[in-house]
Write a protein that binds this ligand. Structure first.
Ligand SMILES: NC(=O)c1ccc[n+]([C@@H]2O[C@H](COP(=O)([O-])OP(=O)(O)OC[C@H]3O[C@@H](n4cnc5c(N)ncnc54)[C@H](OP(=O)(O)O)[C@@H]3O)[C@@H](O)[C@H]2O)c1
Length: 284
């Protein structure tokens, strides 16, 4: 019977949280990964893990067997994400799997240069007649642990060209809770949801929280964009990634994503988790 949810991007931070959330509701799903053994080990799932890659159409048929809905999430740092995902989305259309919940990004649905891929994917799903729900989360609270670990532990800094701008950092578990609702309940078709944490904070405030939880003095040197890009390059990160991240931080610096929404509470019935709580869990 075709009744399962296929979770793409399952070994990332959102995908992992979504598996826990669906398990808690006893919802049937399949997890898709390029490396089944590694995914099984990382996620410890009893559920089926299928071999899948957006860039290998030979994996699409088995991945979508018994599937009626897809949680569509593409990897970070790929400015051509829409091109990567297009063959799979075309396959879903041909196979008649219409229900897609797409993980986009807050502040990225308009013209954002190199990061226009989310806007193009959103448009594709809308124009091609999918039964879609788009989720646009703010900057993940878990990014500090996942991407800033060395800066925080070895250099005692939070290094981002975010100026004095603020954003309402979101817990990936709250994204997963919303995704669970929209994947399992009616009434979310054709919607685009902007999700944020409960309070907009600056990177100065983040550094103060990290100082409290790490027991080390963490500072925010407020690097400008060129210093940030040069700093990344010095650690071997490509210019492209520097450019990509600079756009995200430029949105924050200019307070384009400084607002909060009550969408998480409206959909899940629970208030979103504060950054402070996530940082205490990750660093305390
Ligand atoms: N970080 C943020 O603050 C933020 C904010 C808003 C939106 N977003 C969006 O969230 C998404 C990233 O979410 P995340 O951080 O949870 O995930 P992630 O860690 O970037 O990666 C998700 C997974 O994608 C899978 N993947 C990579 N290449 C693939 C391919 N060719 N085919 C199939 N799967 C592939 C990988 O799984 P396997 O190795 O197991 O295949 C990886 O674990 C991006 O689209 C980003 O734009 C992020």
């Amino acid at each position: 019977m075709s009744n399962k949810i296929l979770i793409t991007g399952v070994t990332g931070s959102v995908g992992k949280a979504l598996t826990k959330s669906l398990q808690a509701r006893q919802v049937a799903f399949k997890a898709a990964s390029r490396n089944v053994a590694a995914a099984k080990e990382k996620l410890g799932l009893q559920e089926e893990v299928v071999h899948f890659s957006f860039d290998d159409p030979a994996t699409f048929e088995a991945a979508t067997a018994d599937v009626e809905k897809v949680f569509l999430l593409g990897p970070s740092f790929n400015p051509h994400l829409d091109q990567l995902m297009t063959p799979f989305v075309a396959y879903l259309g041909k196979k008649g799997i219409k229900r897609i919940v797409y993980l986009s990004g807050l502040g990225l649905s308009g013209p954002v240069g190199l990061l226009g891929f989310h806007a193009r994917m959103e448009q594709k799903l809308i124009q091609e007649g999918f039964d879609y729900t788009i989720i646009r989360p703010s900057y993940f609270a878990q990014n500090f642990r996942n991407y800033e670990y060395e800066n925080i532990t070895e250099r005692s800094v939070v290094f981002a060209p975010a100026g004095k701008g603020k954003t309402a950092f979101i817990d990936v578990a709250d994204i997963a809770a919303v995704a669970t609702e929209v994947l399992t309940k009616e009434g979310h078709s054709g919607q685009a949801y902007e999700l944020t944490g409960p309070e907009a904070l600056s990177f100065y405030e983040v550094a103060a929280l990290l100082t409290r939880f790490t027991g080390k003095q963490i500072t925010y040197p407020e690097p400008d964009e060129d210093t940030f890009k040069a700093g990344l390059k010095a650690t071997g990160v490509s210019d492209l990634i520097g450019e990509y991240m600079a756009i995200i931080y430029n949105n924050i610096a200019n307070n384009k994503v400084a607002f909060t929404t009550d969408t998480i509470e409206k959909i899940t019935g629970k208030k979103p988790t504060a950054l402070e709580t996530v940082l205490e869990q990750d660093w305390g």
